[in-house]
Design a protein around this ligand. Structure first.
Ligand SMILES: C[S@@+](CC[C@H](N)C(=O)[O-])C[C@H]1O[C@@H](n2cnc3c(N)ncnc32)[C@H](O)[C@@H]1O
Length: 148
């Protein structure tokens, strides 16, 4: 096979999240930057309902973590899309523990239509779209940078 992508080892997206356990890891620093960026976007949105869509959501630590203590958290509804069942379950647990009852987690591939069924996110006025990349998604979602 000549396609480089087909020779790429399969990424373990559950193991990938383990680096978050070390607060000094590069991944933890990256997470802090992303959360700060999300909070800054929320700060700038007008009053009213905010809908959020997180593709490649993983365990939801970026979006859900950014909402901790944020004054707009009560205005947020939306959806996290993550195909790995373990990560999706961890995201759902985080959502539940954070009492964000209007955020749902869908275990699905963001590339297909399943992850979008029943969602009205794209019709929102205030939309926060979080897409913090992945190697596999980058091949099918244009603009999703490899490696997150
Ligand atoms: C780099 S991690 C980022 C996780 C999270 N956004 C974060 O920053 O903590 C990428 C995640 O995208 C998921 N993913 C890979 N391909 C996907 C696809 N086609 N649709 C949705 N999610 C996908 C993986 O399972 C993995 O959990």
């Amino acid at each position: 096979m000549s396609d480089v992508a087909t020779r790429r080892p399969k990424q373990d997206w559950v193991a990938w999240h383990a680096a978050y356990d070390d607060p000094n890891s590069a991944l933890s620093w990256r997470l802090a930057v992303i959360q700060a960026r999300i909070r800054s976007v929320l700060d700038g949105l007008p009053d009213g309902l905010i809908r959020a869509v997180s593709l490649c959501a993983g365990q939801g630590r970026d979006l859900i973590g950014a909402l901790v203590g944020h004054p707009r958290r009560g205005d947020l509804s939306g959806r996290l899309v993550e195909p790995d069942p373990h990560n999706a379950a961890a995201a759902a647990r985080l959502v539940r523990e954070s009492s964000l009852s209007r955020i749902e987690v869908v275990t699905a591939d963001a590339v297909g239509t399943v992850g979008w069924q029943g969602s009205s996110a794209w019709r929102a006025n205030g939309l926060v779209a979080v897409r913090t990349g992945s190697t596999s998604a980058s091949t099918s979602l244009p603009g999703c940078p490899p490696g997150g």
